[in-house]
Design a protein around this ligand. Structure first.
Ligand code: D54
Ligand code: ZN
Length: 279
């Protein structure tokens, strides 16, 4: 059992006309993590499903495919999962994987049953996940951040010194279309993805975490000459259609998980937006 909210895709000409409340309703994902529950948002943007699972005393099961018209959830889908909470585990068709904070798991198509558990119910694991349609089964793989491809970039003078860790990508743990990773900002750095970019052939979801309750990220979205901001709090995600930039600045340090889906998996297939052209 899980809760699934459906969101539709939007034309950029409509995006310009939205109020703050409407922008938040369409693009911000606020309540992913509820104790003892699996919550999801299904967006029609590349049919990506974004979810959160917080198992406490009981194991949470992701199996049901009714909402997506399938025999079971991963019948025609794949999923990338990263634990952002305390120690927990995932059982994929009987195979158990222990996941510490920041450990990831890729589970391929045709896996019938996924179970999420926490080692300590009073200090639970928090599993953030992104699922995309799939056409082929790739092996299940646990991902340690140390084995990922790490790219260090930015500088303290630009307030954006950070490391991009690629968890699921064509040169690492393989998938049909999901590309997923985590970006960790160095202490005293607050900007991500600036200079920013567009990738016409992929949508992206940013999920921000590891910040105090009263902090926020001022996330920028929209076409480069029609930007809007959206205030994103701890453990919230934001959907970025392919016409939208995605970049943010925090009131404090934070970490985020990015995930992409669409036409290709080429991380470098991006159009940089010159700084001077942003409006
Ligand atoms: O298309 C790539 C994604 O936007 C992110 O990987 C960028 C990012 O993590 C960063 O610059 O901090
Ligand atoms: Zn991007």
């Amino acid at each position: 059992m899980y809760k699934m909210e459906v969101r539709f895709a939007m034309h950029p000409s409509q995006f310009k006309t939205l109020t703050t409340e409407q922008i938040r309703k369409e693009f911000l994902i606020e309540n992913l993590f509820e104790y003892g529950k699996i919550n999801m948002v299904y967006t029609h943007v590349d049919r990506v499903i974004v979810g959160g699972a917080v198992p406490t005393v009981e194991v949470l099961v992701l199996e049901d495919g009714k909402e997506i018209g399938a025999q079971y959830f991963l019948e025609r889908r794949e999923i990338g999962i990263i634990n952002i909470g305390s120690k927990g585990y995932i059982i994929a068709d009987g195979q158990k994987f222990e996941l510490d904070k920041k450990d990831g798991l890729y589970v391929g198509m045709s896996t019938k049953k996924l179970e999420f558990g926490s080692d300590d119910p009073s200090n639970p694991a928090k599993f953030y996940f992104v699922s995309t349609p799939a056409h082929k089964q790739y092996p299940i793989e646990k991902i340690d951040i140390k084995q990922t491809e790490a790219t260090h970039l930015g500088s303290i003078s630009e307030s954006n010194e950070r490391t991009i860790y690629k968890y699921i990508h064509p040169d690492g743990v393989k998938s049909c279309q999901l590309v997923m990773g985590m970006t960790i900002l160095e202490p005293n750095n607050v900007w991500n993805t600036m200079p920013c970019h567009l990738h016409d052939r992929r949508m992206e979801v940013y999920f921000y975490f590891d910040m105090p309750e009263d902090a926020f990220v001022l996330h920028l979205m929209g076409e480069p000459q029609e930007t809007r901001h959206i205030i994103v709090r701890n453990e919230q995600a934001v959907i970025s259609p392919s016409w939208s930039i995605h970049s943010g600045v925090g009131t404090k340090n934070y970490t985020f998980i990015w995930a992409m889906a669409g036409e290709n998996q080429s991380y470098s297939d991006v159009n940089p937006v010159p700084m001077k052209e942003l409006k």
